[in-house]
Design a protein around this ligand. Structure first.
Ligand code: ADP
Ligand code: MG
Length: 432
């Protein structure tokens, strides 16, 4: 039976104004319910609006439309009873661990003795016993993150919002903190009733969550909900665990492929495609890995990620860039080299450059546009700012800069055009 809702998020929309007057739609019609006893995961790539959603839920920022209801009351400002854990915490270097944790309680106006008692209990709970009088500089990254958890838990929140809390830690430290957290949660030692965990790590989501909501990008939307009914403690080697990870990979790649296909069909949207920061050497590396005999040009994305020791956020952009350039196809959790991709793998550098150059001219409108402008101008040069201004009609300044950086790297490899960083000028490599 369903337990009562702690939190109810309805039709959340969030748009940010852009310099040109148009707006950037970051969240569109997001719905989410958190019930007592649940850990709900929000899984999506970076830029899909996850942090924005958490800020709205905690009352730190207002939605453009929609509502957040916490225990039956509308959230219209910083909500008591909802605490946040971030990727990394700003701990005050001149305060001890105990003092840093006590800070979390100051706003509550409790008597000093009570503040001290609760802070010591939170420190104890999260495994920092003995470190009360240490200063942040004396702590490892994992211990500092534990201080962050203690600072959030010390207020005895009903809901804990966690924004990629393990992603700044090394692999072993992250696993250690996840396991400790889950154990405390399972045994009912944590003073919280529900958790929302934002992550881009599929295995982490399957390890920790009762339900996972998959987020799309541009705009962020909940596209699928996946229930994780495995018993705790969960085993990453368990076939049911592996099958869930696989299924989520497949769903995420399928959704992305659909999205990419849809974007290509929108007329005039060519220049508006945000280009990912993927280097030509990582593209060549992935093509070579795929062409290697073990894969024979085709691989299962989760397996490939594990073999290459990559995370979703690292593998997807490379796979998608190859897909955009039609050097590979991504479908149903698999990636497969196209005929052109296979040729690229077989050839030496000069032919590779030609293949890549043709792919850029055909499938990356920004690259073709820059080349056309340079060809047409008598000077065969053009400033960075010209293209940045154009791109900003379609995207934020940040995205425009990122897209230009990406296309410069690709254009250089393909010898389509050159770019001089000092003068911020594009030019033709060999003007005719
Ligand atoms: P995630 O946490 O999923 O990586 P974010 O919520 O941080 O995503 O950001 C989603 C998008 O919203 C990004 O494109 C980001 O640039 C944009 N964004 C976030 N905050 C602001 C803001 N205050 N003003 C303008 N754009 C913003
Ligand atoms: Mg974020």
């Amino acid at each position: 039976m369903d337990s009562p809702a702690l939190l109810d998020v309805q039709h959340i929309r969030r748009a940010f104004p852009r310099p040109g007057g148009a707006e950037l739609l970051v969240l569109d019609d997001v719905q989410l319910t958190l019930r007592e006893g649940e850990i709900v995961g929000l899984l999506g790539r970076s830029g899909s609006g996850k942090s924005t959603l958490l800020r709205i839920i905690s009352g730190l920022s207002a939605p453009t439309a929609g509502s957040v209801t916490y225990l039956g009351n509308a959230v219209n400002g910083p909500a008591q009873g909802i605490a946040m854990v971030f990727q990394s915490f700003a701990l005050f270097p001149w305060l001890t661990v105990l003092e840093n944790v006590q800070l979390g309680l100051e706003a509550l106006g409790l008597p000093p003795e009570e503040i001290r008692k609760r802070a010591l209990a939170a420190i104890d709970l999260i495994g920092l016993d003995g470190y009360e009088s240490a200063y942040p500089r004396e702590l490892s990254g994992g211990m500092r993150q534990r201080v962050g958890f203690a600072r959030a838990l010390v207020v005895h929140p009903n809901i804990l919002l966690m924004d990629e809390p393990f992603s700044a830690l090394d692999v072993l430290t992250a696993e250690n903190l996840r396991t400790d957290f889950l154990e405390l949660w399972q045994e009912g030692h944590l003073p919280i009733k529900g958790v929302i965990l934002v992550t881009h790590n599929i295995e982490e989501a399957v390890l920790m969550c009762d339900r996972v909501l998959l987020f799309s990008t541009n705009p962020g939307r909940v596209v699928t909900e996946i229930r994780i009914d495995l018993r705790h403690p969960r085993d990453r080697q368990d076939p049911a665990f592996v099958a869930l990870v696989d299924r989520i990979y497949t769903e995420m790649t399928a959704k992305r492929a659909e999205q990419l296909a849809r974007r290509e069909r929108i007329p005039g949207s060519g220049l508006g495609t945000i280009l990912p920061p993927v280097s030509t050497s990582s593209m060549a590396g992935l093509i070579e890995a795929l062409a290697a005999s073990a894969y024979e040009g085709k691989a299962d994305l989760p397996e490939l990620a594990a073999d290459l020791q990559l995370e979703v956020d690292e593998l997807f952009p490379v796979a998608e860039t190859l897909q955009m350039l039609k050097l590979a196809e991504v479908e149903g959790g698999d990636i497969r080299l196209t005929h052109m991709g296979k040729r690229f793998a077989e050839e030496e550098t000069n032919v590779r450059k030609e293949i890549f150059s043709r792919a850029l001219m055909s499938y990356v409108p920004l690259a073709a546009h820059i080349r056309r402008v340079l060809d047409e101008r008598a000077s065969h040069t053009a400033p960075w700012s010209r293209f940045e201004d154009e791109l900003e009609d379609y995207m934020t300044q940040e995205a425009a800069e990122g897209s230009l950086d990406a296309v410069i790297g690709w254009g250089r490899f393909a010898e389509l055009f050159a770019y001089d960083d000092e003068s911020a000028m594009f030019s033709l490599e060999n003007p005719q």
